[in-house]
Design a protein around this ligand. Structure first.
Ligand code: BES
Ligand code: MN
Ligand code: ZN
Length: 497
């Protein structure tokens, strides 16, 4: 779908979308269309008693009189004083879904907010951003889909002050592309994306100005990363640890660090998972996918910050060479780990990736993302990711950024009382507590044992990385949850001088 910006002009074909405020108050373009059509808009509203002009409510007027457009779509805007960027993104996304649903090929959005808090250029850019996010589709393997089931919308024109809108859209377009990139990585099956090929995808981002380094199995062994290596040892696919660096900030400023769990497929290993739903475990690398997409975005928009992304990439398989429950491995930190359940593998990956990151880069702060526990879905469902932190300011900043972009976080506690549950009789720490109590907190406590004094946060994204239903700016499938959140976190708090 091609998106462009233009000054308002009534189109000669396709759909035209105009805004209606709550309680049916017409915006200027809606009034103009009402006049041109001899009152078709007013009549359509009168005939739609359930339409209140609330956000995202739509009323289509097909083949309106006196016009060559195929349809007018009246779009509810809510209350004028409540109009905001997020709401416009949702409207842009909702409209794309609607127009694709009715088979439109071209559409013009003339959603004029008049004197609202948002400038007309920003309004147009946010509508376009929402539209771009919703238009994402992972369909490269669908070779027999009927044409009438494919998205029809090929061109979207958003009207407003075009130069201003294009400027406001520049970074948002980069964000939409980074989100699509991450969604692609997460959607790809595990026979296509495995540690080596995922590392290749990161290497491909050097064209954006990122410095990318790949540690292979030999280098990982030299570094003593036996926690990650133990997870990998049952697979014929060799592991990788990838480091991505973006230096857009002051020369010797400590970087912000982002660390991702990249289990390209999680069978559970010898502690094997049940067959039902195991295919979902192709997206057990979503944390890594988000870190890679975020680094791409920071580079693409030339962020004024130093950042480092570290992803630990492995496949967790059962085999004759696989790690056994009860095995004891020595992590890069020197701590020994008793692996009592080979399905609690994400924390083993993070243990070495986090340690390596803080040891080598001395970051100003460190944030990890991981599809770590099924228990976070029990606790929070699919609406919030779990947030754990050893620093209140960091936690508050992350929660605020999440709220601003609509990727919500909910903080859960860390406490020594939980931490004691992973003391091992045979080693320094064990990778499970042994009962089902507080599963996500236990996972976070394990991870924290590999974090030193640096401000650190852990995002458990197991419930939000993949969605089974469409949302306004997130079609079902891989969500890329975290890319927009962390980009906002960086720009709101670390780029303002
Ligand atoms: N990748 C899974 C967590 C997961 C579950 C992600 C469902 C997405 C959806 C993780 O590696 C795992 O298997 N965790 C175990 C931990 C347990 C063995 C302590 C779990 O949640 O069951
Ligand atoms: Mn697992
Ligand atoms: Zn896993």
């Amino acid at each position: 779908m091609k998106i462009s910006f233009a000054e308002f002009e009534l189109p000669g074909s396709g759909a035209v979308v105009v805004g209606v405020w709550e309680e049916g108050v017409l915006t200027a373009p809606a009034r103009r269309l009402d006049e041109t059509t001899g009152g078709a808009v007013t009549r359509a509203l009168a005939a739609s008693p359930r339409f209140r002009g609330k956000r995202n409510e739509l009323v289509p007027i097909v083949a309106p009189p006196n016009l060559s457009v195929s349809r007018i779509v009246l779009a509810g805007l809510g209350k004028p004083d409540a109009a905001d960027a997020r709401g416009l993104e949702d409207l842009g996304g909702t409209l794309v879904a609607h127009l694709n649903g009715v088979g439109e090929t071209r559409a013009t959005l003339a959603v004029d907010l008049g004197d609202s808090a948002l400038s007309p250029g920003e309004t147009a850019a946010r509508l376009a951003f929402g539209a771009a996010l919703r238009a994402y589709r992972f369909d490269k393997y669908r070779t027999t889909e009927r044409p009438e089931r494919k998205p029809s919308l090929s061109a979207l024109t958003v009207t407003g002050p075009a130069a201003e809108a294009r400027l406001a859209y520049r970074d948002l377009a980069a964000a939409a592309e980074a989100v699509a990139f991450t969604r692609d990585l997460v959607s790809e099956p595990a026979n296509v994306i495995y540690p080596e090929t995922l590392a290749d995808q990161a290497v491909g981002l050097s064209s954006f100005g990122l410095e990318v380094e790949v540690l292979d199995e030999t280098r990982m062994t030299e570094r003593g990363m036996h926690a990650i290596l133990g997870v990998s040892q049952g697979s014929v696919r060799p592991p990788r640890l990838v480091v991505m660096r973006w230096n857009g900030g002051a020369k010797d400023a400590a970087p912000l660090a982002f660390v991702g769990k990249g289990v390209t497929f999680d069978t559970g290993g010898i502690s094997i998972k049940p067959a039902a739903g195991m295919g979902e475990m192709k997206w057990d690398m979503a944390g890594a996918g988000v870190v890679i997409g975020l680094m791409r975005l920071l580079a693409a928009r030339n962020a004024k910050v130093n950042a480092v992304g570290v992803v630990g990439l492995v496949e967790n398989m059962p085999s004759g060479s696989a790690q056994r429950p009860g095995d004891i491995v020595k992590s890069m930190s020197g701590q020994t780990i008793e692996v009592l359940n080979t399905d609690a593998e994400g924390r083993l990956v993070l243990a070495d990736a986090l340690w390596y990151c803080q040891d080598r880069f001395k970051p100003a702060l460190m944030i990890d993302l991981a599809t770590l526990t099924g228990a976070i879905i029990v606790a929070l469902g699919h609406d919030h990711a779990g947030l754990f932190a050893n620093n209140d300011e960091l936690a508050e900043r992350l929660a605020a950024a999440g709220k601003a972009v609509g990727e919500k976080l909910w903080r859960l506690p860390l406490d020594d009382a939980y931490n004691r549950a992973i003391d091992s009789d045979a080693a320094d720490v064990k990778n499970i507590a042994g009962d089902r109590a507080a599963g996500s907190i236990i996972g976070a406590e394990f991870v924290q044992r590999f974090v030193n004094k640096v401000p650190w946060a852990h995002l458990d994204i197991a419930g939000v990385a993949w969605s089974k239903k469409d949302a306004p700016t997130v079609p079902k499938g891989a969500t890329a949850f975290g890319v927009r959140l962390l980009d906002r976190f960086v720009s709101d708090y670390y780029e303002k001088g």
